[in-house]
Design a protein around this ligand. Sequence first.
Ligand SMILES: [Zn+2]
Length: 292
Amino acid sequence: MANPRFMVGMEFKTHEVLRDAIKEHSIKMGKMIKFKKYDRQKVKAVCQKGCPWEIYGSYVPSDALFRVKKYKSVHECSRSFHVPWVSMHLILKKYSERIKGNPTWLVKSLAQTIEKEQMVKVSIQKVHRARRMALEELQGSAEEQFKQLWGYVEEGPHGGILLTAVAIDANNCIYPFAYAVVEKEKFKTWNWRWDLSGIPCIHAIAALNCLNLDIYDYVHECYKVDTYLSTYNHLVNPINGRDMWPITDNPILLPPDVQKRVGRPKKARRKEPEEPEPADPTKLGRKDIKMT
Ligand SMILES: [Zn+2]
């Protein structure tokens, strides 16, 4: 219920629906509303001391619903930024889709967005938990998609075994960088994997230059324009929609485990061993200093 407006006689399915509407009102208006009574039979909420705002509703057994019996709509209090009602439930309801669409959204920035849009203060811990729950849900849908891979293999124009190789991108997310459908899983079929670091290192370049050889000849074929063009050269065959894929007896595939490491993820780039340490700008080097 977006920005609920109450009135006497208004009906709610259960006491929980009325409670959520009151919480929503509390957040929208920035009011410190407290529940004086809250159970299956009666709900009574009041505003802070000195403010006449009040709502009371009770269960009507004959109609099997909750009805507002008493309502004083005027607030005499001022807007508060510290409304206690920004629940996990509310954050998830309003933001889970956006979190799923942007899984790398930082908790701090997400909390700032919620505070700005809802005009309330939220705790970082609460936002953190809500974000984790939304992403766990997303992981669940990833599992569903992996379960369908066998069906995709059976349905596809090639038949056979599906092999995929995954990598981690700059945002610590897994993505498949190559896949192949092979007739059988064996050493030979796993050998299709390219060595992606097929670029000569600085030492090799130095040696090649010394021998007057062309470095380009020693770069892996996979980096060359011709390879790129031939990769996208073939026709991609259309296949039936997901609903029409056959159900197989193969064991259910699960997405690769996401190994959550302890602590904050490292942001700093890993330095090469020969890279010099950056000079400390707060210290004066010993070099060129004459001792007197
Ligand atoms: Zn009030």
